[in-house]
Design a protein around this ligand. Structure first.
Ligand code: BDR
Ligand code: CA
Length: 313
C-alpha cells in the first residue's frame, strides 16, 4: 500500500484522540503532515491542547499541531461537554503538554501544504466540525483540485441524528461549512453514524486495550470507560460508538467498510432540521453523486486493527 500523506483536522474528544493514536501508530502506511485543531467538542483552547497531549502520549512531539478556527462560520459554537467532559479528554489524568503549538494558523497550514505538496497526494481527515476545511476552500479555491480526497466523520442517514433528532454533531455545529465541503467537488468519503454506531466499545474490546499493559492501552480503555457512561445510558446497549477512528481505519483497511456513491446535501435553512445530511441512499433523485457514504463496517475487524496498532505505541 502506498504511504498516504494526511492532515488530521480535529476537535479532541476521546474518539478523536484514539483516531490520532491510530494514525501515529501506522507510519508505514500514513504520514501525518500535521494536525489542525478546530472548535467543536470543546472550545479551541482545549482542542489544540488536547491534540498536543495525544501526540505526547504517542511519543510524537515532532508532530506539528496548529490552532485553526475558534467558531463556526455563521453560528455560535455548540460544544459537547455532556459527552466528553469538561476538558474534552476526561477520564485518565494526563500531564499538560510541553510541546509548543505551531505559530501558523491551522487554515494557513492546510492551504500552504496543499500548494506545496504534489497535486493529488494529500488527504484531509476531518474529525470535527468542517470550519477549517471550508475556510481553506473558500480562501484558496485553487487547493480544491489538489486534494487527493477528504475522508471525514459526520452525518447520518438511517441513524438520523445524535445532537438533535435530525443531525449528527459535526455537521450540526457548522452546517454552512459542511455545505461548502459537500459542494466542493472534492472526492469525499463519509463515515456517518450509520457506520460508527456499529463500532461499539463493548466490554471485551475495552479490556483488550487495557490488557495491552502499556500506557496508551490503559489510557484508551479509560477514555472509552468515560464517554461510554453517556452513550450507554442514551442508547441502552453495551458500549459506545467509537466514531472518529473509522476515518483512519478506512485509510488502512478500506475493505472493512462498505457504502454507496450517492448525493448528499446539507440542510442549512431550517431550525428544526439544521445540519441534517440528506443522503439519497435509495437514489430517488437525479442529483449527482458527490460522496461515498458508508453504511457498514466489519466491527470485529476494526477493533482488531485498532488494538494491534495501539499495541505498537
Ligand atoms: C462526532 O461528534 C463528536 O462528539 C465526536 O468526536 C465525533 O467526531 C460524533 O457525532
Ligand atoms: Ca470529533
Amino acid at each position: 500500500m502506498a504511504r498516504r500523506k494526511i492532515i488530521i483536522d480535529t476537535d479532541p474528544g476521546q474518539d478523536d484522540a484514539v483516531a490520532i493514536l491510530l494514525a501515529l501508530a501506522s507510519p508505514a502506511e500514513i504520514e501525518v503532515l500535521g494536525i489542525t485543531a478546530v472548535a467543536g467538542n470543546v472550545p479551541l483552547a482545549l482542542t489544540q491542547k488536547n491534540a498536543r497531549i495525544v501526540c505526547e502520549l504517542a511519543g510524537r512531539r515532532d508532530i506539528a499541531v496548529f490552532a485553526g478556527c475558534d467558531a463556526p462560520l455563521k453560528r455560535r459554537l455548540v460544544t459537547a461537554e455532556h459527552v466528553h467532559g469538561k476538558t474534552g479528554l476526561d477520564g485518565p489524568v494526563l500531564p499538560d503538554p510541553t510541546m509548543p503549538l505551531a505559530d501558523t494558523h491551522g487554515v494557513d497550514f492546510i492551504v500552504e501544504t496543499l500548494r506545496t505538496e504534489a497535486p493529488g497526494t494529500v488527504t484531509l481527515c476531518p474529525l470535527g466540525p468542517l470550519t477549517n476545511i471550508a475556510t481553506a476552500l473558500e480562501r484558496a479555491p485553487d487547493i480544491g483540485p489538489r486534494i487527493a480526497e477528504i475522508v471525514l466523520m459526520g452525518g447520518a442517514y438511517f441513524e438520523v441524528g445524535n445532537i438533535t433528532p435530525a443531525a449528527e454533531f459535526n455537521i450540526y455545529v457548522d452546517p454552512e461549512a459542511a455545505e461548502i465541503v459537500f459542494r466542493s467537488g472534492v472526492k469525499l468519503t463519509v463515515m456517518p453514524l450509520d457506520v460508527t454506531h456499529k463500532a461499539l466499545t463493548t466490554r471485551p474490546r475495552v479490556e483488550a486495550f487495557r490488557n495491552l499493559g502499556t500506557d496508551p492501552g490503559r489510557v484508551v480503555a479509560e477514555w472509552t470507560d468515560f464517554f461510554e457512561r453517556f452513550d450507554e445510558a442514551k442508547y441502552g446497549q453495551d458500549g459506545a460508538p467509537l466514531h472518529d477512528p473509522c476515518v483512519i481505519a478506512y485509510l488502512l483497511r478500506p475493505d472493512l467498510f462498505s457504502g454507496r456513491n450517492i448525493n448528499v446535501e446539507i440542510e442549512t435553512g431550517s431550525d428544526l432540521t439544521r445540519g441534517m445530511s440528506v443522503a439519497d441512499w435509495w437514489r430517488v433523485t437525479d442529483r449527482a453523486p458527490n460522496a461515498t457514504f458508508m453504511g457498514d463496517v466489519d466491527a470485529d475487524g476494526f477493533f482488531a486493527l485498532l488494538t494491534e496498532r495501539v499495541a505498537r505505541l
